[in-house]
Ligand binder design. Structure first.
Ligand SMILES: C[S@@+](CC[C@H](N)C(=O)[O-])C[C@H]1O[C@@H](n2cnc3c(N)ncnc32)[C@H](O)[C@@H]1O
Length: 195
């Protein structure tokens, strides 16, 4: 059995091209088997992208767990930020590179297991985090983000109420100044500011 959060997959590749409209602009994203949301833009990711205020996002941005690349590519095309994108999944990295090219987004994409290859501090870390990896790894991703944020930097993530949104919001208050910046159909978009 292979999962979208495995490094490698032996599931046969079957790329498809999807077209999606986000805030009135069209994007083409190639997706594939064994990559998160292979049918196209995930509703949680859409909720996150439609909630973030692109006018306030600038500086250095990290798309954690980029998958086929919708978050980092959207941020690169709608802000003047310098965007890095990371994922553990080799197939996702390869697709994200293709999608950056197709959408003419200038981004830097590299493999990393959690923050193993991240050597920089960011103004924003933005993520639709992997939930199926379990709470221990999820919390490692969310809490260790602090070490890769500049002072006053923001971790922005989306999580569904059925995935433990309420307890995650409560627990993040031990580490960050937490604000809910959007909600849609059970998805919460959460801004955690480093202080
Ligand atoms: C919920 S998906 C989101 C994908 C993409 N950002 C999107 O919104 O469609 C989470 C991503 O985190 C990646 N991931 C899981 N565990 C990881 C880890 N330990 N280090 C880095 N990325 C990981 C998965 O491979 C997956 O692409």
């Amino acid at each position: 059995m292979s999962y979208y959060f495995d490094k490698e997959t032996n599931v046969e590749s079957k790329e498809i091209a999807t077209r999606t409209n986000i805030n009135g602009k069209l994007y083409t994203f190639k997706t594939d088997n064994n990559v998160f949301s292979k049918k196209g833009l995930d509703f949680g990711t859409r909720t996150l992208l439609e909630c973030i205020n692109v006018d306030s996002i600038n500086g250095d941005v990290l798309d954690f767990g980029c998958g086929y690349g919708p978050i980092g590519i959207f941020v690169a095309l709608n802000t003047s930020s310098i965007v890095d994108m990371i994922d553990i999944n080799d197939r996702a990295i390869c697709l994200a590179r293709k999608n950056a090219k197709i959408n003419c987004a200038n981004v830097n994409i590299f493999e990393s297991n959690i923050y193993s290859n991240v050597n920089k501090k960011y103004d924003y870390i933005i993520t639709n985090p992997p939930i199926r990896v379990g709470k221990k790894i999820l919390y490692e991703i969310l809490i260790k983000a602090k070490e890769h944020l500049k002072f006053d930097g923001h971790l922005i993530f989306v999580i569904n109420k059925d995935q433990g949104a309420k307890s995650t919001i409560r627990d993040m208050k031990d580490y960050y100044q937490v604000n809910i910046i959007g909600k849609n159909k059970g998805f919460f978009v959460i801004d955690c500011q480093n202080h």
